[in-house]
Design a protein around this ligand. Structure first.
Ligand SMILES: Cc1ncc(COP(=O)(O)O)c(C=O)c1O
Length: 449
């Protein structure tokens, strides 16, 4: 959707300019009804455009304008409306459409078994929720029960969901404003990894020697009673963890009796070129959460995968959600996993991602506005700066580039105010990817230079 430019105000000049370019009455009318009907909130409502169709990598608005969707809220790994998933859902609706609590069903059990087998290590115990926020809160409850502790360590600027528990471990200002009131006690935060030198493997005297991982251990040690570290294996900004970061944090968790929870809600299921993003870093967490693309870009389903010995909450409720064993969402997820496997999408993501990074480095890598090009698999980004030396964020330029891309038919999101965050479906044709990369390069390279 073309509504996501984080850090941008709803009344920015560029956004108004975009709206003025498309003054068709049906679009304006639907936007007005939306603004009237929905509660307003940052980064969401009011909207800046409308959507009438979503198919493959494309979204189409009510006036027939088409955009390649390089955002898709990270749900569209297999593209929108994949025919196999649509057919599986229809079939499931005819067979068994709901499963009340305490009744199990074949398809939900099969999905739990499949996910348990897919995950490395001993992550074989599963629970489903409707959304990612709930999955993270289930993970936090398990960590509390297993350790007898309640504190957590997580990153500033991270997003783990909108629930009170999830937003307590999240670090985004928009969920932590004065209107939120007191959040969970014991939710400690540290600065996220963001080290330019480490990320590129610089060693020697200029290296900060993984100061970011040492800070995690410092807090674990000082607090002494932390239940879990919860984080995304790769930050969605996107920022790739420096080599050795997760191994150091894993070891620190082990030393201090804290569990490691990895939130793979946007990164999991192949987005980064591995089935789980943490596989790049050769660690295995104690609990993993999945969501978003698990429902095939159609239905909402998320999952918690925990080590078998963390099945310690049998006498308590940790999230028996109404749709915990919904056979229709489970069937969508099972078929999605089959599509990812049958179409070789994890390998495809790795290959196309490498191609995209190389292509961008070649075409805009030396541009004065480009501070960095980074990512893993099909989750990559171009950081726009005012000055390559200081790397001061180029917010205004990023916004100009964003609207140029939209006009040329490419939708994506700006993260951290200045990072063009490009996250296409793993099913994208190479030709479409190249076209999108050219749109980005042209938008950066014309008037912006
Ligand atoms: C890293 C991460 N965790 C959790 C969530 C929350 O997922 P949901 O919106 O399904 O609750 C998101 C959603 O954007 C996310 O990006």
């Amino acid at each position: 959707m073309i509504t996501h430019t984080e850090g941008e105000s709803n009344t920015s000049e560029a956004r108004r300019a975009w709206a003025a370019l498309h003054p068709d009455a049906p679009t304006r009318e639907l936007l007005a009804r939306d603004a009237d009907a929905f509660l307003h909130q940052s980064l969401s409502s009011p909207c800046v455009s409308t959507i009438a169709k979503a198919e493959g990598i494309w979204i189409e608005d009510t006036a027939g304008r088409r955009y390649m969707d390089f955002h898709g809220n990270s749900v569209h790994h297999i593209g929108y409306g994949h025919p196999r998933v649509v057919a599986a859902i229809k079939d499931q609706l005819e067979t068994l459409s709901f499963s009340p609590r305490r009744f199990t069903n074949e398809v939900s059990v099969e999905l739990a078994e499949t996910l348990g087998a897919l995950a490395p290590g001993d992550l074989g115990k599963v629970l489903f929720t409707t959304g990612g926020s709930d999955a993270n809160e289930v993970a936090l409850r398990i960590a509390r029960a297993a350790t007898g502790r309640f504190k957590t360590v997580s990153f500033w600027d991270a997003f783990h969901g909108a629930g009170f528990g999830a937003s307590s471990v999240g670090g985004e200002a928009t969920f932590r404003s004065h209107i939120a009131g007191p959040l969970l006690p014991g939710a400690e935060h540290v600065a996220p990894f963001n080290c330019y030198r480490c990320a590129y493997g610089h060693a020697g005297p200029e290296s900060c020697a993984l100061a970011c991982a040492k800070m995690v251990e410092f807090v674990l040690e000082r607090e002494g009673d932390v239940a879990a570290v919860i984080a995304e294996p790769m930050r969605a900004v996107p920022v790739v963890p420096p080599p050795g970061f997760w191994k150091a944090v894993r070891a620190a968790c082990n030393r201090h009796g804290a569990l490691l929870i990895m939130d793979e809600i946007p990164t999991g299921l192949g987005k980064t070129g591995r089935m789980f993003a943490f596989e790049h870093d050769e660690v295995i967490p104690d609990i993993v959460t999945l969501g978003k693309a698990l429902g095939g870009g159609i239905l909402p389903i998320a999952a918690v995968l925990a080590r078998r010995d963390l099945d310690v909450c049998g006498d308590y409720a940790i999230g028996h959600y109404t749709h915990e064993k919904n056979p229709v969402t489970a069937r969508a997820a099972l078929e999605t996993l089959a599509v990812i496997r049958d179409e070789g999408l994890v390998e495809r993501s790795a290959e196309l991602g490498t191609h995209a990074l190389d292509h961008l480095r070649e075409t805009v890598g030396h541009h004065s506005l480009v501070g960095d090009i980074r990512g893993r698999g099909l989750m990559f980004g171009v950081e726009i700066v005012e000055n390559r030396e200081t790397r001061a964020p180029g917010r205004a330029a990023a916004e100009r580039i964003y609207y140029r891309c939209l006009e040329a038919g490419l939708s994506f999101k700006i993260s951290a105010g200045c990072v063009l965050t490009l996250s296409p479906p793993l099913t994208i044709a190479k030709g479409d990817l190249d076209r999108a990369l050219s749109i980005v390069a042209d938008a950066i390279g014309t008037k912006a230079a």
